[in-house]
Write a protein that binds this ligand. Structure first.
Ligand SMILES: C[S@@+](CC[C@H](N)C(=O)[O-])C[C@H]1O[C@@H](n2cnc3c(N)ncnc32)[C@H](O)[C@@H]1O
Length: 452
């Protein structure tokens, strides 16, 4: 069966909730509503949330006929749901699936909106669907909708519209929405109505092969104290209270704009496979050291005690270790014959990335200043590694650069950063991996500027 047309890549959003999590989910929901009448499941998949729930009626809306193929009874009933046709599949006497897009489904007034909606990054949601849908939700709910948010936020907003005034929203979604700037509008809306929110954060990854830290989010429209409560859920599904968003007494790091010292994400030339090379690859393609500049795509393997990237340490930890260490100078002119030959040898199919397609020629990536300090945005304990960049390496991908106009302060910034307990101020991803965002790093750097 063909996959239906959507305004995003559907396959990216199709992760199923494991059965034990569904059962745990219903135990939690029961604590908020011992009995439910009509419930709606937006992005229902194979309707697995219709199992084990305490509701009188279940309506699952699912866009992909393939998702329900194996649960489809032999003679489905067709109905019209104006203005679009939804195929209706009756599963049991109290549950049915409506096949079509959740945003076109007309029924409202449900006592709960349940389930696990699709997650799609905002870059991958097409315009003008993104703008039209965001504007519709913002108007209907009267709040400011940020279009830099993930698709699941559109589904939370839709869930708030579909539920009655005393209804419950209970969804399995990424934990990040409780702190990200892109979901601030939604949090403000919830706070304006003083709806109570409970968050059950899974400490281990619950989806196969997906690193998202998930949570069960409960928004109770019938409870108007404006309380936000947090809980941790262990691997064996034991619930314990959690200290706020960060899980510590510390506040989560705020996001800030840049000041005279600022962080910048590593560059994205178009594809690391093409633009960054190991030393062996450089030699293999006949490129000289004039065709490349040093670069770092990771600091994961360097010792925590390392403080400076010098020629010696660069050779030891990157060149000799066979790491990606050279960035080709395909954005500088003239391009040498050997570099042009290398670029010409790249098959067209390998350069179909968004960035390459939007560059002319495809390898002319944006020029960026070389950072003064290098910092790995990911870390496991206390804080990230911070190195003084004495060889003029460019940062690529998840290695951030720190830039300053004051060159004699690098040691001071480095020491300041190495002293900060980042771990207690950011939200851990699954598997205890933590990540700091560029604008969170700017908050720290702004504090350094105020102090020195
Ligand atoms: C993360 S999966 C979860 C499926 C199921 N709820 C579960 O927990 O196993 C999200 C589902 O939403 C469906 N979906 C995506 N966009 C949709 C839309 N606009 N309307 C209805 N369903 C949609 C996908 O096909 C997918 O089955």
């Amino acid at each position: 069966m063909r996959t239906p047309r959507t305004y995003y890549e559907l396959s990216n959003s199709q992760v199923s909730t494991p059965a034990p999590i569904v059962s745990f989910y219903w135990d939690i929901v029961k604590q908020y509503r011992p009995q439910l009448q009509r419930v709606i499941d937006l992005g229902a998949g194979d309707a697995r949330f219709s199992h084990g729930g305490h509701f009188e009626e279940y309506v699952g809306v699912e866009i992909d006929p393939n998702a329900v193929q194996h649960i489809r009874p032999s003679s489905p009933k067709q109905i019209k749901s104006s203005p679009n046709t939804f195929e209706q599949i009756q599963l049991t006497s109290r549950s049915r699936i409506e096949l079509g897009c959740a945003f076109r489904f007309k029924e409202t007034g449900f006592s709960a909106c349940i389930g696990n909606p699709p997650y799609v990054r905002h870059h991958d949601i097409e315009s003008p669907w993104k703008e039209d849908t965001a504007n519709y939700l913002a108007k209907e709910l009267d709040f400011s909708f940020n279009m830099h948010g993930n698709l699941f936020l559109y589904f939370i907003a839709l869930g708030l519209l579909k539920t009655s005034d005393d209804g419950l929203l209970a969804m399995v979604v990424p934990f990040e929405w409780v702190s990200r700037p892109s979901s601030k509008g939604l949090r403000n809306l919830i706070n304006k109505h003083k709806w109570d929110v409970s968050i059950y954060r899974f400490q281990e990854s619950i989806f196969d092969g997906v690193l998202t830290t998930a949570c069960i989010t409960i928004i109770d429209k019938n409870s108007n104290n404006g309380n936000w409560q947090y809980f941790d859920v262990s691997e064996d599904l034991q619930v314990s209270p959690r200290k706020g968003i960060s899980g510590t007494d510390q506040e989560i790091l705020q996001h800030s704009n840049r000041s005279e010292v600022w962080a910048r994400r590593g560059i994205s030339p178009g594809s690391q496979d093409i633009f960054t090379l190991t030393d062996g690859q450089r030699i293999h393609f006949g490129l000289t050291l004039d065709d490349v500049i040093p670069c770092v795509t990771t600091l994961r393997h360097v010792p925590k005690s390392l403080r400076m990237l010098t020629s010696k340490t660069f050779n030891k930890y990157f060149v000799d270790e066979g790491k990606l260490c050279w960035l080709i100078k395909s954005n500088e002119h003239p391009i040498s014959d050997q570099l042009q030959a290398y670029l010409d040898s790249i098959p067209e199919s390998d350069r179909q990335t968004y960035t390459c397609i939007n560059q002319f020629p495809w390898y002319d990536y944006e020029k960026s200043a070389i950072p003064d300090l290098l910092i790995h945005s990911g870390f496991t304990s206390f804080g990230p590694k911070v190195l003084i960049n004495s060889i003029g390496a460019q940062t690529v991908g998840s290695v951030f650069g720190i830039h300053t106009t004051r060159k004699n302060v690098l040691r001071s910034i480095q020491e300041y950063l190495l002293d900060i307990d980042f771990e207690s101020q950011v939200v851990a991803q699954a598997n205890s991996f933590k990540k700091i965002e560029v604008r969170q790093m700017n908050t720290i750097l702004n504090n350094w500027v105020k102090k020195f």
